[in-house]
Design a protein around this ligand. Structure first.
Ligand SMILES: C[S@@+](CC[C@H](N)C(=O)[O-])C[C@H]1O[C@@H](n2cnc3c(N)ncnc32)[C@H](O)[C@@H]1O
Length: 295
């Protein structure tokens, strides 16, 4: 396991335009004009991916960002790793998840007393099945790249967040500009699809611009280290495993998936020559609040 650098916390940003210009929302020269549309998260591919992912720092950040909250909604809870981290500290956490078998996994942990109560609710970010102001914190980690309608999803998160609560906040997590995994996919696989390159900072900056007029005007940005681990000793075994993990995340059922696994291999060999057993999945959390942060 790697040693961890401390989580970087930027000073609070109150001008929403500063979020778009912020280095953690870069690269600024490649900021797209519009949402490219959702990636298709592979099911088996993503589960295999999560088994290699170590993100203690991100989990600590989520726990700290919700420590003073009471009612937390985790949008797109997936396997529930972050939902359980919140529930274990607050006693409960609600999550909305559209994927049937992920809801079943979440339900399997629903009554686990060690982790607090997880309350899984089937649904989509674009139409959250809750009344206005039902939660004092709304979290969506690594979800914005998968929604069909980015603007509607963020509006819904603001709607169900109780803007009058002193701790009200929307916490969005996405990839950092130096995210190694996104860099490898952008370099080798995305061009084979004919689709625009992925730009994670665009999603956070756009979300900030949607949230500010809805009253969530105070922003802070926090960087976290995380990585996928490849303990395999034989270098080509590592390349093979990493090609499967990365292509399987976004392109599991894509007709060009075999070409992608071939195309990414040389880039993975170069990557592992520099960082032999890990691929970084560096993240950025954007915290949007109606009130200036006290911490
Ligand atoms: C990469 S996973 C992240 C899961 C979890 N938040 C985490 O960080 O471990 C993305 C999740 O978003 C969910 N998702 C996809 N489209 C969604 C939508 N429109 N509304 C809510 N969740 C969605 C997927 O089913 C998946 O569980």
């Amino acid at each position: 396991m790697p040693t961890h650098t401390p989580t970087a916390v930027t000073p609070s940003v109150t001008d929403v335009l500063e979020v778009r210009r912020h280095p953690l929302c870069g690269p600024s020269d490649r900021m797209p004009a519009r949402y490219r549309g959702p990636h298709r998260l592979g099911h088996a591919g993503w589960l295999g991916f999560t088994e290699r992912l170590e993100r203690r720092e991100e989990i600590a950040l989520v726990r700290s960002a919700t420590a003073a909250s009471h009612r937390v909604l985790d949008v797109g809870g997936g396997t529930g790793e972050l939902t359980r981290a919140v529930a274990s500290q607050l006693g409960r956490c609600t999550t909305v998840e559209p994927h049937g078998s992920r809801v079943a996994t979440l339900n399997a942990h629903a009554g686990d007393s060690r982790t607090g109560t997880v309350e899984p609710v089937p649904g989509h970010a674009e139409s959250l099945p809750f009344p206005d102001r039902s939660f004092d914190a709304v979290l969506a980690a690594w979800v914005l790249p998968y929604v069909d309608d980015l603007e509607q999803s963020v509006r819904e998160m603001a709607r169900v967040c109780d803007i009058g609560h002193p701790q009200a906040r929307v916490v969005l997590i996405g990839g950092a500009p130096d995210n190694e995994l996104v860099g490898l996919l952008n370099e080798t696989c995305v061009p084979l699809t004919g689709e625009p390159l992925d730009h994670q900072g665009f999603l956070l900056a756009t979300a900030a611009e949607i949230l500010a007029p809805l009253g969530f005007r105070h922003f802070s940005l926090h960087r976290t280290e995380a990585a996928l681990h490849f303990p395999e000793t034989a270098p080509e075994e590592r390349v093979h495993a990493a090609a499967g993990s990365l292509v399987g995340l976004w392109y599991e059922d894509h007709p060009r998936a075999p070409d992608m696994r071939r195309a990414i291999a040389p880039a993975l060999r170069r990557h592992f020559a520099r960082r032999p057993h890990a691929i970084g999945d560096q993240g950025v959390a954007l915290i949007a609040r109606p009130n200036p942060p006290q911490e």
